[in-house]
Design a protein around this ligand. Structure first.
Ligand code: FA5
Length: 344
């Protein structure tokens, strides 16, 4: 067929002439002549209407094919000319090494949460998730903190203006502990869970305090669970996180929802326990709160407190990360400075 031969010859001649093009101006002239409105290719395309359906199919396919080949050749030539022009005018030095694009990575706090969860999961805990928007009942009352209890003062609260569909006031949870009663209401012992998540406190931020931070709650309930189990789990956790040589200290502390309650500290890695600014001269840094679940809290969760006992703990993740990496200001984790975040 005459048009097919014409197209093939046109394609070959065009490619030969493209190889002789010297600069961007000539390239543009080539484009107008070969791919423009007055080119042979365009006139073949226009003449398709006059052909029989069969001819239309073969010639149409061949014309499209030629168009694709020439378009591709033009794009490639255009890229080469741009690079050469940039190089000749000194705008581009093709001998320079390329720039590596920044790769995203897991935020250090997410990485520490994952690491802590792995350690507890190795000890048989499973992960449960709670709600960040809570009712005062689960956040306070069910944990032995009725409305006028002074312990509520230690957790200044963000109250939400809108109420839930039952007309109840809501708040942003101030700790992950509300999941204790929520989980027990739906699950009977044996229970062994950890609850990682965000918590909120209406606090002024400073080098060691944020108004949004992360905690991991732990709860184990079963028959004959004692303080020795609590100590075993937490010492294992802290040694795996901070190293076998770290010493741990358990001291009595008060939380209304545990009895007895404890504050757990590790010896200061920065000064080896001698006393420095990080440990405020004491040689110890507090890392978490814990204790044996209060019998009333077991009852609130629908668990028989004569048959079962349990322990609970709450770890502050940002504080753990500060100790682990010697970070002196907690706000660095959320300033979104890639020079800081990129080092982990
Ligand atoms: C509690 O939140 C208890 N729910 C922990 C608990 C759970 C005790 C179960 C007993 C049994 P506390 O308010 O101390 O306790 O907070 C726990 C940890 O969160 C602290 O040790 C600290 O590491 C971290 N933390 C507390 N407030 C802040 C804050 N404003 N910014 C950053 N981290 C904080």
């Amino acid at each position: 067929m005459e048009q097919l031969q014409q197209l093939k010859t046109f394609e070959n001649i065009s490619l030969v002439s493209l190889a002789q093009v010297q600069d961007e101006k000539e390239l543009e002239e080539w484009r107008v002549a070969v791919l423009g409105k007055k080119s042979l290719l365009t006139s073949v395309m226009k003449s398709l209407a006059e052909l029989t359906p069969e001819q239309k199919k073969t010639v149409g396919e061949a014309a499209n094919n030629t168009k694709d080949v020439l378009n591709e050749a033009f794009s490639q030539a255009a890229v080469n000319f741009t690079a050469t022009t940039a190089e000749n005018t000194g705008l581009l030095d093709i001998t320079l090494p390329g720039r590596t694009p920044d790769l995203g990575r897991k935020h250090i706090i997410s990485a520490i949460i994952d690491e802590c969860c792995d350690i507890f999961c190795d000890m048989g805990f499973t992960i449960a998730e709670g709600n960040e928007v809570e009712t005062p009942y689960y956040n306070f009352d069910a944990l032995n903190m009725p409305p006028n209890h002074s312990a509520r003062d230690t957790m200044d609260t963000f109250w939400l203006e809108d109420k839930d569909k039952n007309g109840r006031t809501r708040l942003l949870r101030t700790h992950t502990s509300p999941m204790q009663v929520r989980f027990m209401e739906k699950n009977q012992p044996p229970i062994r869970i950890i609850v990682p998540g965000k918590v909120y406190r209406y606090e002024a931020t400073d080098a060691t305090h944020l108004s949004m931070f992360h905690q991991i709650e732990g709860l184990a309930v079963g028959e004959n669970i004692t303080m020795a189990d609590l100590k075993g789990v937490l010492i294992t956790f802290l040694k795996r996180l901070f190293g076998e040589d770290r010493k741990t200290r358990f001291r009595v502390d008060y939380f209304p929802f545990v009895e007895p309650g404890a504050e757990i500290a590790i010896d200061c890695a920065a000064c080896g326990g001698q006393g420095c600014s990080i440990c405020k001269g004491t040689g110890w840094v507090e890392v978490l709160g814990a204790g044996m679940v209060h019998p009333q809290v077991l009852t609130n969760g629908g668990v028989d407190n004569k048959k079962y006992s349990g322990f609970a703990f709450g770890v502050g993740i940002e504080r753990i990360a500060m100790l682990r990496y010697g970070i002196e200001d907690i706000r660095n984790f959320y300033n979104n400075d890639l020079r800081f975040l990129g080092q982990f």
